[in-house]
Structures are given as structure tokens and as C-alpha cells.
Design a binder for this molecule. Structure first.
Ligand code: NAP
Length: 266
């Protein structure tokens, strides 16, 4: 008999009575409700920063293609706005990725409901207001590091154990062209994205066979972030909805063959 159980139900079975968690689909397959839900609806995709820009556009496109999205944004208002557009079974929660305790509670709730993610997209990030490095305030620099680097590590810390336990899934850490090159006035952002590249390549060496972690350069897209650093010329670039139409199929195509490779949305 093929057994398809999420980590939570596996643990329940080990602790208690095997008849409590699983549902028998037919005489060949034993599956828990979490996994049946996923089989019926596609992949479980975690997206940090799902309220605006690339995160919101990806959430809508994954949902349109039949996948289940669990996303986050910093405020209740931003999360509620994204939730109202996405609807059930998708869920956008108010979580600051820089807050380890909030990420821990969010990951536990998502994994309890849906099981381990199939695709973990560390998209949330900020950019410093344009300024030469010596004019960047300590608080602006700290915020970039706290969200863009430590936030990625927080999300990995709390979502990855369930994925490693299941020995499957892909982690995509959003980098940038400025994770592989540099420009003036965005030094904190460049430093954070170069860090994402290194962190991800080290993580790739730690994963079990069958999984992947990749740093992704999404391209140049007209979002709030781009308007912050490019000003009016951001309008010369594609919008996030157009971008998501090609980015989402590309993200769905990733597998262990790309593990550790710095990739870009074609
Ligand atoms: N746009 C581009 O051309 C471009 C180019 C290269 C790389 N990227 C990368 O692509 C990703 C998305 O960029 P974007 O252009 O879509 O940015 P954006 O328009 O500024 O959107 C950023 C998103 O991240 C969320 N966020 C920020 N801080 C957060 C935190 N502490 N906790 C949870 N969510 C948080 C925001 O949510 P709130 O509503 O809560 O603020 C928002 O949903 C980033 O990693 C960026 O570095 C973008």
C-alpha cells in the first residue's frame, strides 16, 4: 500500500493511534486529509511579501493555476487586502519575516494545516532609500539586513525541517541583479542580496538529495521597490502581472537539477 502522509499526521501516528490521522483513499493508497487536499489542488507554495509587487502577482498566478498559496505581509491590513483578492483555500497572514517568533508561529500553523511546502519563495525584501553608504542611517541599514538576510534565515529555520523530513521541495531565495553586480546609492541592498546568494549556495550543499535551493534574479520589474531606486524610469519596465505569467511556470519547473545554481527568470 502507498502511504502519503504529511509530517504532522506521521507524528500523530507515531505518537497515538494509527486510525486517528489517516484516511484511506482506496485499498492501494493511505493518505491524510492534508495530503488529499494538496493532491487535489496542486502544490503548496509559500510566498513571503504577498501583499504587493512580485509576491502579490505570483500569488494570484499560482492560485489561478490551481496551487495553494500561503503568503504573508507585515500588517493585518496588507494581509487582509491580499486575502480578499485570493480567497480560500489560500491564506495571507500578518507576519514580519524579521520577527523569528512570528515566523515560527506562522510556519507551525501552515504546516499543521497543509503539510510541508513544495515551493518556498523567500520574496519579501526592502531597499534602502537611495544614498551613498556613508549617509545611510544605522536604522535603515539594520532594517535591510534584518528583513533581507535574517528574514530569509528565519523562514528557512521554521519551514525547512518539514521539507527536509519529507526529503522534497524547492527553496527560492529572491536575489537581484544587484546580488551579482553593484551600483551606487544601494550599497545596503547590494550587500544583502550578495549575502542571499552565498547563504543559498551554502544551504544547497546541506540539503538531502532530491531537494533544491536556488538564488533567483527575477529581472527588472516595475514595482514599488523599483520606483524607489529608479524613480520615473521604472515605468519603462514590465509590470508584475506580466512578469508573473512567465516567472510562475519557470518557478514550477525547478527541481533538484538546479540545486545551488544562481538562476534568473528567462
Ligand atoms: N522589482 C524589481 O525589479 C526587483 C529586481 C531585483 C530583485 N527584486 C527582488 O524581488 C523581491 C520582490 O520585490 P518587489 O519589487 O515586489 O518589492 P515590493 O514591491 O517593495 O514588495 C515587497 C513585498 O515584501 C513585503 N515585505 C517587506 N518587508 C517585509 C517583512 N519584514 N515581512 C513580511 N513582508 C515584508 C511587502 O509587504 P508589506 O505590504 O507588508 O510592506 C511587499 O509585499 C525582493 O526580494 C526584491 O529584492 C525585485
Amino acid at each position: 500500500m502507498l502511504t502519503v502522509l504529511c509530517q504532522r499526521c506521521l507524528e500523530i501516528i507515531h505518537r497515538t493511534d494509527a486510525t486517528q490521522a489517516p484516511l484511506r483513499l482506496n485499498r492501494f493508497i493511505l493518505a491524510c486529509a492534508c495530503m488529499i487536499n494538496k493532491v487535489a489542488t496542486g502544490k503548496l507554495v509559500i510566498i513571503t511579501g504577498a501583499s504587493r509587487g512580485l509576491g502579490r502577482a505570483m500569488a494570484l498566478e499560482f492560485a489561478r493555476l490551481g496551487h495553494v498559496v500561503a503568503g504573508c505581509a507585515r500588517t493585518e491590513k496588507a494581509a487582509a487586502s491580499a486575502q480578499s483578492v485570493l480567497g480560500a483555500p489560500h491564506q495571507v497572514s500578518a507576519v514580519d519575516v524579521a520577527n523569528d517568533a512570528q515566523v515560527s508561529a506562522w510556519a507551525a500553523a501552515v504546516i499543521a494545516k497543509h503539510g510541508a511546502p513544495d515551493l518556498l519563495l523567500n520574496n519579501a525584501a526592502i531597499i534602502n532609500p537611495n544614498a551613498p553608504l556613508w549617509k545611510v542611517s544605522r536604522s535603515d541599514f539594520d532594517a535591510v539586513v534584518d528583513i533581507n538576510i535574517k528574514g530569509v534565515a528565519n523562514v528557512i529555520r521554521h519551514f525547512l525541517p518539514a521539507m527536509v523530513h519529507r526529503r522534497s521541495g524547492v527553496i527560492v531565495n529572491f536575489s537581484s541583479g544587484w546580488g551579482r553586480s553593484a551600483s551606487p546609492e544601494v550599497a545596503p541592498y547590494c550587500a544583502s542580496k550578495w549575502a542571499v546568494e552565498g547563504l543559498t549556495q551554502a544551504l544547497a550543499l546541506e540539503l538531502p538529495a532530491g531537494m533544491a535551493a536556488v538564488p533567483l534574479n527575477p529581472g527588472i520589474i516595475n514595482t514599488d521597490m523599483l520606483r524607489s531606486c529608479f524613480g520615473g524610469s521604472a515605468a519603462d519596465f514590465p509590470d508584475a502581472t506580466q512578469w508573473a505569467k512567465k516567472a510562475v511556470p519557470f518557478l514550477l519547473s525547478l527541481d533538484s537539477r538546479q540545486n545551488g545554481q544562481p538562476i534568473s527568470v528567462p
